[in-house]
Design a protein. Sequence first.
Length: 139
Amino acid sequence: MFLIAILSSSFSLLETAVAPFITKFPSRALATWVIGGLVFLIAIPATLSFGIWHQYTIFGRTIFEAIDYVSTNIIFPLGALFTAIFVGFRLPRQLLFDEFTQSSRLGRKVFMLWLLLLKYVAPIAIILIFLSATGIINF
């Protein structure tokens, strides 16, 4: 039972990595095998950092800790910042409103408040979180 859960979750995660490269390969299966192989090869050093490679460090962190730090404290906040800016400033307002009200009964006033928060408050908060997580500023 756990194997099925593990595999289905792994397939979902692999799909997000494979999707942008499908047009670059002759078949979807080949793209999946190549990207899956690359993910496997990248995962080997992170896994070995719990065992025989525990003495190898990057800026005082094991390989796993370094990958975790970069993804959690740099990549995720920057992705959130760019998403907030793109959605807030580049997507058409009517499209956002339609999506916002499609599955809820919230009206235009709540939408405008949400849009204001997304455009101006969220980027500032994300930047502060990023600066704090990377140790540039301390609260």
